[in-house]
Design a protein around this ligand. Sequence first.
Ligand code: SF4
Length: 510
Amino acid sequence: MLFSGRRRKLGANPQTEAYTQSLQFYGQPPLENISLSEFETFAVERLKLLKTVENLGVSYLKTSEQYLRKLENELKNLNFPYRSDIDDRKSQNGPSETEKRRKDHISHFILRLAYCQTEDLRRWFIQQEVDLFRYRFNELDPKQKLEFLHRNNLQYDAISSKEKKELLDKLVNSSYAVSGITVENNDFYKVPFQDALDLVRTRKVYLKAGYAYIPHQDIVTIVLNDFRTRLSKALALTARSLPAVHSDKRLQPLLNHLSHAYVGQDYSIQKNVGKISLEQIDSLSGKSFPLCMRQLHQSLRENHHLRHGGRMQYGLFLKGIGLSLEQALQFWRSEFVKGKVDADKFDKAYAYGVRHMFGKEGKRADYTPYSCMKVILSNPPSQGDYHGCPFRHSEPELLKQKLQFYKVSPAGISQILELVKGMHYQLACQKYFELTHNVEDVSFSLSHPNQYFIESQKVLGGVKDIKRETDVQESSVARGSTTAREAEVANTSQHLTEVTDDLECYFRDA
Ligand code: SF4
């Protein structure tokens, strides 16, 4: 894979030359050749990192000890640079610091391609990248911060001791958390006020003659503004070059799927087939189904029909929790014949779709249940549809009514609606899980409706085989072995490129 550009070509030792610093503004795209498999691995791992950044950012204060520790662990586990030390020795089994920086650089640019496509994707990507950047900038020591500023043309001058003395009272009074003693020991930067609007707005700095006087520890705000602006412009520019990228048949499906990619287990494993009886479904839907599936089940029972999008989303979910093909046929047929579809019409118009979903017709692919990202980002429901994610696709008032109907407490509903307002749909769903299972803090990061089901069964002490199977998979990932990660990436890769559109055309209403 060649990242082309008009920028300067890298020298004889491109890695050493390009990656002398642990942190960068990603001003220059990578120019080297990489394999498609490396392209995919880097992209998936950065996506995982950004998802962690999002989850931690909502769960903890961004300056808290837990936030910092958990983010550092994730950076370490995924082999991204996390410290500013220039230590290029390989750790015992892992990559060298230069290799990590290279991965950081290339993966950022790959996700730019995937996440420049819509306003929503751009906003999400910028927010997570800015949070990641904040963490890493704060990890630099004061000297490295200054070097970073100068290297990136942020030539802010520190004021002289004389000026500092003259302005001492004003600086102490206007600068948040600065005492007279630290004013003397710390640098203050004189920055055009328009570069420091956030600090001006929150009245954190002294203003004089169009300049803001910024204490050393607050300079990160300026750098983040600059990074955000650069990234926003770069994404707009990247979006313009998309037609050229999309003409590459190898990359187009990959990039499309990356933007709603799910980076975990795909829940296609069929070891639990037949472990759930049809009689259990009503009770399981109330206890262990996420809201999206509970809503689909309820609508199916009430209307004896689901439209195409609903049958796809719910049918694959049921397959994932263990319904066999025979059970699925029986389940859908028995419900549809209670409505306007007779058994003959069901067999002609709908049974093929169910068999196809189980890989028994057409291209015989083993289709996987939809991840949250796929449900949230693709095929929004319209009038008469019940598929989609209620946290994303329901009006807040309607969502509130649903939650009240399901007996969620008023305080819980407010918390959920607050998360929805911030567009943290999966975290809202996680909160719903906590409230309906009476647990304080879930130990997983939700990204799949079938994961919700399995976690619920664990809490309720349900299907033991599902529990065991998940534990095995989780522990292998937790061990962080290269083999486990490779297997997972390969798995995801297969998932990314799977062409579900083919299935969808068989599933349309007759
Ligand atoms: S967040 Fe995921 S599991 Fe929860 S309701 Fe939405 S799509 Fe379903």
